[in-house]
Design a protein around this ligand. Sequence first.
Ligand code: HEC
Length: 188
Amino acid sequence: MASGKSRSSAGGSGGMLKFFLGFVFAFVVLFVGVFVYFKFGTPPVATADKPFPFEKTIVRIPLDARIDREMQQPPFGTSEDVYETGAMAYKLQCSACHGVPGKDAAFAKGMYPIAPQLWKKHGHGDVVGVSDDEAGETYWKIKNGIRLTGMPSFKGVLSEDQMWDVALLLKHANEQLPDPVVGMLKGQ
Ligand code: HEC
């Protein structure tokens, strides 16, 4: 009785074992394939290289999902004061990469991904910079940065209020801003 029982269960686990070994084998082949590609193929590593297929889409999905979950509303509204402190912080911390009205940053296009000019209309219709994004989304990006891009996190560099000032300023980059604010951005 005992031997019969053990034979039948041995047959069952033999099937499982084959399935398991097949699974391990497929995994090893995949791992070796990826390793060989990275070591001996020419995957994109230079900023000037072409992106991986769907690279942008794949990276955007988790970023957008995270921002959707954590997005906050601005704690205050806009005023000339807000724009001015925002412009001061922007000029100091952001303009080297993102440019100012009428002037691009020299190395922005040499980055991968590029640092977008935040004061210009871009590809999608008539939108200037990120003025079509919620201020809360821009605030999240300023506070947390964007991993594996040149976009730093400004937590600890700018105060909470300064980060909101900049986010609100960029939300209104498509409008005619007061002259002193534009002057500060341009460094006049
Ligand atoms: C060292 C360069 C660098 C600095 C400094 C920098 N950024 Fe960025 N930023 C980038 C890059 C590169 C990206 C593009 C990231 C991407 O494509 O995902 C980016 C993306 C962004 C985006 C998202 C743009 C979009 O189209 O969704 C915003 C908003 C932004 N930065 C705001 C700022 C602000 C505000 C500051 C200053 C407080 C700042 N950045 C400072 C390099 C920089």
